[in-house]
Design a binder for this molecule. Sequence first.
Ligand code: ADP
Length: 499
Amino acid sequence: MREYQLYIDGSFVPAESGQTFDSINPFNQEIVARVSRASAADAKKAVVAARRAFDKGPWPLMPREERSALLKAVSDKINEKGKELVALEVADSGSTIRKAKEDIFLSARSMNYFSKLAALDLTEPVEGLGKPGFSKNLIVREPIGVVAAIIPWNFPLKMATWKLGPALAAGNTVVLKPSELTPCTALELAQIIHEAGFPKGVVNIIPGFGPEAGEELARNPLVDKVSFTGSTAVGKKIMALAADQLKKVTLECGGKSANIVLHDADLDLAVDGALYAMFYHQGQCCEAGSRLLLSRKISAEFIQRLLEKVGKLRTGNPSDPSTDLGPLISRKQQERVLGYIKQGKKEGARIAAGGGVPTAHDLANGFFVQPTVFTEVRNEMKIAQEEIFGPVLTVIQYDTEDEAIALANDSMYGLGAGVWSRDNERALKIAGRLRAGTVWINEWHLISEKAPFGGYKQSGIGREFGIEGLKEYTETKHLHIDELGSREKKPWYDTVVPK
Ligand code: ADP
C-alpha cells in the first residue's frame, strides 16, 4: 500500500487534522493508497501559498522560455515513469490497461504541447486602432492569478495535466484537487513537479473531498479562477460559490451526446464507432455517445450487428490486456447505474443486452455493470435525458434528418455529437445544426489538446485546449501607448482642458 501526503508550498505535509482516507481498487476493493485528507484549513493553506507564489514569487514574470522548459521536464518525467503510472492508474481508477497506456502517453504529450504554448508571446495589435505617430495599441495577455482546479476520477492524470498545463503555461499558480476516488497519479505528478524544480507554491496538490477541500477552493477570496471538470450539479454549486467574488470559471460538465447514424453510413465503421462512443471506459466519459439515433431504414440491421458485437465485449480484470470493460469507479456509481437500468425498464424501454451485473465468480468483488443496450427508447425518458455515466446505451429511431437533429438537440446538454455518413457534405450540414461543442463526423472521442473542447447549454462554460483554452487562463489588457507627444495634438485638447 502506498502513502501520500498533501503537496503544499513545495513540501509534502500531512493534513492539519492528521486525517487520512483510503483509495480503493474498484476491481477487487483492495486499498491502493492511504492518503492525507485535505480539509478546508489545508485548502486555505494551499491557496495562501499559491497567492504568495503569484504575488511575490518569480513565476508570473519568469521568462517564457524558462516556464516552458519546466513544463517540458514534467512531460519527460511522465514518460520516464510511464510504466509505473499506467499500473497505478489501472489499480486506482479501474481503467483498462489499454486505456491507461493511452492516458499516460497522452498526459505526457499534452504537457509537451502546453510547454510549447508557454513559450508563445500572445501579444497582438488592436486591429484598426492607432497608427504610427498617433498611438500604438496592443492586446496583452496576462496570467489571472491563483487558479483552483478541481477534477474528476475518469481520467485522473490526464485531467491533472489538462488543467495544470495551460494554467501554468499562462503564468498562473495553481491549487489542484484531484478526485477523492483517484488521487494517486496526481500525487505522483506532485513528486514529478517537485523534482523538476518549480518555485515553491506554484503548484499545490491537495487530495480531499468536494464539500471539504473543494468548496473552500471555490469560495476562497484569494482564488481568482476556478477550473472545474465534473458533473453539472457540482458545476452549478461551484459557480454559485465563485459568484461572490465574480471569480472567472471554466466548467466542463456533463453530457448526453447524440450519435446520429444516417442511412448511407458505412455500417461496419458506424457499428464499431457506436460501440466505442458508448462503452469506452465503461461509459464513464462526459462526451460518451450515450444516445444512438438510428435512421429507421437501417436500424434493424444496425441493432442486430451492434448486439452481436456487444455480446463479444469482454468484461473483466482491467489489468488483462484482453479486457474491454473494467469495473465502474465505485459501489455508489454501480448502484446509480443499476438504478437507471431499473428506471428504463419502468419507463417501458426494452433491454436488448446486459441489464445487470456480470455473474462470473472472479468479478464478484468489483463494481461491474454489464454493457447494456436499451431499444424502444423515447427521447423524453429519463434514460435518454439524464447522464448515466455508465455502460448504458439508449437507442432511438428517426425517420427524417430534421427529426434526428431535433432529437439530438432536445437535451439540456450540448457537449458532443456525431454523424456517420458516406456523404461528408450532408454530414456537415447536419453538424452545423447540432448544438454541441464538438461534432465528430465518422469518429468519436477524439479530443485533442490542440482543439477547443467544451459544452453548449448545461454542458459547461468556456473551452479548454488550444490557444483558445490557453487564453481562458489569462486576463486581457488593452495597452494604449500615446505617440502624439504633445498637448495641442490631443483630440480632447479643445473639449475640457482650460487654456
Ligand atoms: P463525477 O461526476 O466525476 O463524479 P463530481 O462532479 O461529483 O464528479 O466531482 C468532480 C470533482 O468535484 C471531484 O474532485 C469532487 O471531489 C469535486 N466536488 C464534489 N462536490 C463538490 C463541491 N460541493 N464543491 C467543490 N468540489 C466538489
